[in-house]
Write a protein that binds this ligand. Structure first.
Ligand code: DX5
Ligand code: ZN
Length: 223
């Protein structure tokens, strides 16, 4: 079983409630909120209020992807805003173990993301305590970029490690996902596919969402 997480980064923000409701009714499994601080990544987006607004628009779990420095100072606010999953970047955390516990203690699921050039095995020590490993398949900061093919090996690495250890973290993939790249990441072992442009960037958002969801369901998990 694999899941679809549309990213509101590419949504029409002035119609956000309606856009979130549309994907909620067309197969979305999570709502992905891309938080960017203009420091960790060269772009600035949302704060905790957006998570709060998203929660008011759907019953789906909200997945807050924090592309920010010093995420330890922000966890509490995103938890309070209603985030179900809080994902921080390994590259932004000096004390990764501490922040994972901070996220879990705040009642949220804990995810850790790695940039394309970060090897998957930096996560090895924490794989037993995280709920989700997020493999960035583009350099974070912008929607609509092209999928970086070498990130497939990292998904496979995390999937093989999961099989070897019996740990139950989910593998999420984020960036450049569309009908042409989805099968490969699913075959490599991904469980959650984030899609911004391929859903909210399309003319018929509902149709695009259900088409991608159908493809994901057909391919399934861990082939
Ligand atoms: C990139 C973000 C992604 C982005 C994906 O920094 O983390 O979630 O929205 O967008 P697409 O699917 O358009 O590559
Ligand atoms: Zn993201």
């Amino acid at each position: 079983m694999a899941y679809l997480a549309p990213s509101i980064l590419s949504a029409d923000l002035l119609s956000l409630r309606q856009q979130i409701q549309t994907v909620s009714e067309h197969g979305a499994d999570y709502i992905h909120v891309d938080v960017m601080d203009g420091v960790f990544v060269p772009n600035l987006t949302f704060g905790p209020n957006m998570v709060k607004a998203a929660k008011r628009s759907t019953d789906l779990p909200v997945d807050a992807h924090l592309m920010i420095v010093h995420p330890e100072n922000a966890v509490q606010a995103y938890a309070k805003a209603g985030a179900d999953i809080i994902t921080v970047h390994q590259e932004a955390c000096t004390h990764l173990d501490r922040i994972i516990h901070q996220i879990k203690d705040s009642g949220c699921k804990a995810g850790v993301a790695i940039n394309p050039a970060t090897p998957w095995d930096v996560l090895k020590p924490v794989l037993s305590i995280i709920d989700l490993a997020l493999v960035m398949s583009v350099n974070p900061g912008f929607g609509g970029q092209s999928f970086i093919p070498y990130t497939l090996d990292k998904i496979s690495g995390l999937n093989a490690q999961r099989k070897n250890t019996g740990f139950d973290y989910l593998i999420e993939v984020d960036g450049g996902i569309h009908s042409g790249t989805a099968d490969a990441v699913l075959l490599a072992g991904a469980d959650i596919l984030v899609a911004g442009n391929a859903v909210f960037g399309q003319k018929n958002v509902g149709q695009a969402c259900s088409d991608l969801k159908k493809q994901i369901q057909a391919e399934g998990r861990n082939a």
